[in-house]
Design a binder for this molecule. Structure first.
Ligand SMILES: C[S@@+](CC[C@H](N)C(=O)[O-])C[C@H]1O[C@@H](n2cnc3c(N)ncnc32)[C@H](O)[C@@H]1O
Length: 295
């Protein structure tokens, strides 16, 4: 089946191999995105297996919904716009049981980065929003940038971006916003560039943008809670696969999987993409896949 969005699924072959979807089994995709993994799962679980596909953002849900409309797939793919932190409630609401496998493919899809207009990319000049769900009643990136104290900003950049020059950036932001508020990604990038001369090829805004996105969406707390919920929901012998893209996420996944007597770790070392995959899809370069089976 073809991709139906710009997003190229990461570690697709490996994820499917280890999740091992079988005919008529039910799966949950907690981060549906462009549905790359889900469409593959649906192929393997035909004719009656279902996928509960969850995403907080609307962009790809709309595309997928129109793609499956009027086709057989419409009966087998249940689309839910919600945050996976509410996983148990979503499963109950949809009466979705007997779950053979659950997938989290964390972070951003290419669709969100390229065309959401919500300021995820430092290469575009857009409103500083960064909420995955633009209906969510939570502070946006602009709210944090203009409202937090200097030390709080530095703390976010350091903790979630592992940015060692966090204090300098926070100081530059506060000194700018005293003159005028900061509303766009372009303004923020300019402040960062002035505060930090480019030392290598990496844009100095990279880490700050990652940090802000994690803070706005409470990504680490949500992941922490959702993994526990996923383990509870899984059937015996069901598998949970998590693809993460930075060390903060991977650490949470690794620790959750470790020392849990109800789980069997399927791969001791995380699975990483082949060189060939990284050449074709640069977004894959930092991906790590970990899988457990519930016993
Ligand atoms: C990397 S993409 C998934 C790509 C998908 N596996 C594919 O192959 O097309 C991650 C998706 O998860 C969504 N997402 C991130 N955090 C979420 C959360 N807490 N709850 C629900 N969806 C979330 C994002 O909106 C994004 O669409």
């Amino acid at each position: 089946m073809n991709n139906i969005s710009f997003h190229t699924p990461v570690l697709l072959k490996e994820t499917i191999e280890f999740l091992n979807p079988q005919p008529n089994k039910n799966f949950i995709d907690c981060t549906l995105g462009g549905a790359g993994h889900t469409l593959s799962i649906l192929e393997k679980t035909a004719p009656f297996g279902k996928v509960l596909g969850i995403d907080a953002s609307d962009e790809s849900l709309k595309i997928i919904s129109s793609h499956i409309k009027g086709r057989d797939l419409e009966k087998r793919l249940i689309l839910v716009r919600d945050n996976f932190v509410n996983l148990k409630r979503i499963v109950e609401d949809n009466n979705f049981h007997e779950v053979g496998g659950i997938l989290f493919d964390l972070g951003l899809s290419s669709d969100l980065l390229e065309s959401s207009g919500r300021g995820f990319s430092f290469l575009r000049n857009e409103k500083l929003d960064m909420r995955f769900d633009d209906r969510a009643d939570i502070p946006t990136a602009a709210d944090l940038i203009n409202g937090l104290k200097q030390e709080q900003l530095a703390d976010i950049f350091y903790r979630y971006g592992e940015e060692r020059r966090s204090r300098r950036i926070a100081r530059a932001i506060v000194s700018t916003r005293q003159k005028q508020k900061i509303f766009t990604t372009g303004e923020l990038v300019e402040i960062i560039k002035k505060a930090l001369p480019i030392r290598n090829k990496i844009n100095p805004a990279t880490k700050v943008f990652q940090a802000l996105r994690i803070a706005v969406n409470h990504e680490l707390d949500n992941l922490f809670s959702a993994i526990d919920q996923a383990i509870d929901i899984l059937n015996k012998n069901g598998r949970l696969a998590v693809i993460s893209y930075h060390s903060l996420e991977d650490r949470i996944v690794k620790n959750k999987f470790k020392n849990n007597e109800s789980l069997k770790i399927i791969n001791k070392k995380p699975i990483i993409p082949s060189r060939e995959e990284i050449v074709i899809n640069r977004r894959a370069r930092s991906a790590k896949l970990r899988i457990i089976e519930k016993i």
